[in-house]
Design a protein around this ligand. Sequence first.
Ligand code: ZN
Length: 277
Amino acid sequence: MTPVTVWPELLFAFVVGACVGSFLNVCITRWPHDLSVVRPRSRCPRCERPITALDNIPILSWVLLRGKCRGCALPISTLYPAIELITGLGWLGTVLAFGPTFTAVRVAVLGTVLLGIAVTDARHYLIPDGFTVFGLLWVFLTAVVGTMLNQPSPFADPYDAMIGACAGAGAIAIAGWLGEVALKKEAMGFGDVTLMAVVGAAVGPARAMLTIFFGALIATIVFLGVVYPYGWLKARRNKVEFDPPQIPFGVFLAPAAVIALLWGDSMVSAYTNSIGL
Ligand SMILES: [Zn+2]
């Protein structure tokens, strides 16, 4: 099945995605501090000038303002337009892959939630409940609607979603517990458990295990290959003892979940074939 997609649909998907990305920015900056994402309106943190609708157009406003507040010229982080651009391209990509379908919306929204989780975990070692509670409800509700629509999709059906949520959360909790015993310190936050409940509901139990495997693999490569050696060298240069930084596991589980959702089924079947199941 090749979805027929025309450019106005792709442009529409990009614009909607960029606007969703703009709201994602609000969640990313406010939820870690337990602030409401609805009120108050966004203001410049220095001069408290309210950000007008004109200065709040995703990506464009940042470019036109050259990344500075209109009132006081305080630099506006490149994170904001970057998130809007990534989300916009992500939504465009899902419509390209799945056509203008309900499935495309399911993939795009889950991808947006996972992006938010990866960014807040990287910045604050925190996975806000706002993302995971919304994610879990979204995945379950759309699994039921998706079954009724009978559209082809990479998601688990409602029954597998329930088993998957428990399997994903359970497996990561066990891994965290054993890691804690082995390392004699906290190895995993509860946020990772809530994240894996969402991921397990989306992909079902088999691909949830695949997600944890990929997440651990990517995290190991990045931390042993880059972060630890760099930190060790830096500590040596500054003549202080090297204190290995905590691993924000959600940063790696989020992209691993996307891989598992989109390509996990063919990986699992290739594996079971190879061991003769
Ligand atoms: Zn300002």
